[in-house]
Design a protein around this ligand. Structure first.
Ligand code: ADP
Ligand code: MG
Length: 260
C-alpha cells in the first residue's frame, strides 16, 4: 500500500446524471493513472465532465460504473487524504478566514500553537495575513478563492483536486498562486489533478496534460510536458512550448463547447 500513497487511479469511470429520457451521459469510460507526486492537468471543452470527474475523485459524486482509487483505496466518500479547491465548494460563511483555513487541522487534532504557525504561513503566502479575522462575506471573490487554496494546502493532503482554482483571479495574483502551488507541490510531494481551460497555465504547471473530448467525456489525448522546471513564463515564447500548445489546440479544435 505504501508505494500507492498519493496515487490516483481512474478505472473505466462512467457517469449518468438523472434517469430515463432526461438522463445525461456525462462521462464515458474514463481511465488514466496519476502517479504519486505527478502534476496532471485536465483540459476539455466546457460541459465535458471535468468537474464531475473531480467530484467523483473527491467522493462527493458516485460514478455510475467504474471507480477511482486514491492511495490504493477505492473512493467512497471525502477524506483528509484529498484536498479540494472547487468553485462550488465554498468557505464556511460563519467562520473567520483563520478558522476556515485551520478547519481541517482542528479536525485532525493539530495542537493550537502548531496550527497557528501553519495558518499564519499560508495566510502570508496568499497575501491575506491582515484579513485573518474577517468573515468570507467581507472578502472579494478572488480573496475567497485564495483562502480556499490556503485551506486546502494547510491541511497537507496527499492529493490535491483543483477545479479551475485560479479562474477568478487577476493575472498577477494568478501568477503568484501558481508559484505558491508549485512550491508546495515540489517541497511537500503532492499529487495534483488540476482542471483549467487556460492552455498556457496547463503547460506551465503540468507534468502531463489530459485532453478530454466533448460530452460524453472520454480521454482524447495524454500529452507529456517535458519542459524543465522551474518554468519561467518567458518559456511561453519558446518553440518547444508553442509546439505543445499547438498540439493541445488541435486536439481541442474538433470538440464542441457546450454552452450553458
Ligand atoms: P465541465 O466541468 O467539464 O464543464 P461538468 O462536469 O460540470 O462539465 O458537467 C458535465 C455534463 O453534466 C454537462 O452536460 C452538465 O450540464 C451535466 N451536469 C453536471 N452536473 C449535473 C447535475 N447535477 N445534474 C444533471 N446534469 C449535470
Ligand atoms: Mg467545470
Amino acid at each position: 500500500m505504501r508505494a500507492l500513497k498519493g496515487s490516483l487511479s481512474i478505472s473505466n469511470v462512467s457517469l449518468i446524471y438523472g434517469a430515463g429520457a432526461k438522463s445525461v451521459l456525462a462521462l464515458d469510460g474514463i481511465s488514466f493513472e496519476v502517479r504519486a507526486n505527478e502534476f496532471t492537468v485536465i483540459v476539455g471543452p466546457s460541459g465535458c465532465g471535468k468537474s464531475s470527474l473531480l467530484y467523483i475523485a473527491a467522493g462527493l459524486t458516485e460514478a455510475t460504473s467504474g471507480h477511482i482509487d486514491a492511495g490504493g483505496k477505492m473512493v467512497t466518500e471525502p477524506g483528509a487524504d484529498r484536498g479540494m479547491v472547487f468553485q462550488a465548494y465554498t468557505l464556511f460563511p460563519w467562520l473567520t478566514v483563520r478558522n476556515n483555513v485551520e478547519y481541517g487541522l482542528r479536525r485532525k487534532g493539530v495542537a493550537p500553537l502548531e496550527r497557528n504557525k501553519i495558518v499564519d504561513y499560508y495566510l502570508g503566502e496568499i497575501g491575506l495575513a491582515a484579513f485573518a479575522d474577517h468573515f468570507p462575506k467581507q472578502l472579494s471573490g478572488g480573496m475567497m478563492q485564495r483562502v480556499a487554496i490556503a485551506r486546502a494546502l494547510a491541511n497537507d493532503p496527499d492529493i490535491l483536486l483543483m477545479d479551475e482554482p485560479f479562474g477568478a483571479l487577476d493575472s498577477q495574483t494568478r501568477h503568484a498562486m501558481q508559484k505558491l502551488l508549485l512550491r508546495v507541490w515540489e517541497h511537500a510531494q503532492k499529487t495534483v489533478a488540476f482542471v483549467t481551460h487556460d492552455i498556457d497555465e496547463a503547460i506551465l504547471l503540468g507534468d502531463r496534460v489530459i485532453v478530454m473530448t466533448a460530452r460524453p467525456g472520454k480521454v482524447k489525448a495524454d500529452i507529456r510536458i517535458d519542459i524543465p522546471r522551474p518554468r519561467d513564463p518567458e518559456i511561453m515564447l519558446e518553440p518547444e512550448f508553442i509546439a505543445i500548445k499547438r498540439r493541445i489546440i488541435n486536439e481541442l479544435r474538433d470538440e464542441i463547447d457546450e454552452t450553458h
